[in-house]
Design a protein around this ligand. Sequence first.
Ligand SMILES: [Zn+2]
Length: 207
Amino acid sequence: MIRVDLHLHTKFSGDAVITPKQVVDALYAHPIVKGVAITDHDNLEGFFQVRKLAKSYEDLLIIPGVEVSTTQGDIILLGTEEKPAYMAELENVADYAKGRAALIIIPHPYRVHGIGDAAEETLADAVEVVNALATPQENKLAEKLAKARNLPGVAGSDAHRPDQMWAAYTEIDAEPNVDSVLKAIKNGQVKAVQTKHYLNVGTSFNH
Ligand SMILES: [Zn+2]
């Protein structure tokens, strides 16, 4: 089993201040969380830098990801090192992901920047049922959606500042490598965990 924060932003997101070095240092120092998906907005530079820095540490898992801005809201792709066009249609982004065998995660569906009602039908592999920057009510609705659609529920901190890292993470019944983790998420071998709540901390700006 490995614990992974599946939603984290570096300074390459524009609205975040976390440096790649801060991610790697904090992950190395953390007692139990040993993996992270870097999910910057429409950008993979942060992922490439974090992965490079993490190479010196054998037991840290860095998963490629991107939080894509679509015309309907945000969607997260995991397992691709490329990104689709900015502000494409959600449907086209889903096709893009499938063409690259990337996982589609629906982040904070009922929060600001979420895809809202489109979450009921869009192609997806999992729903983010715990987003540490969402309200308990918004997360509860996301959980309901995951159940209704019979999709696995995952968790991520959505950290934009260093103190927000690892506020939520996903326990994944997998080997510590990207392929195994992605497969386990798809199979629902996951448990969402939240350790901290941040309410009213500028969620209208950070997503
Ligand atoms: Zn985000």
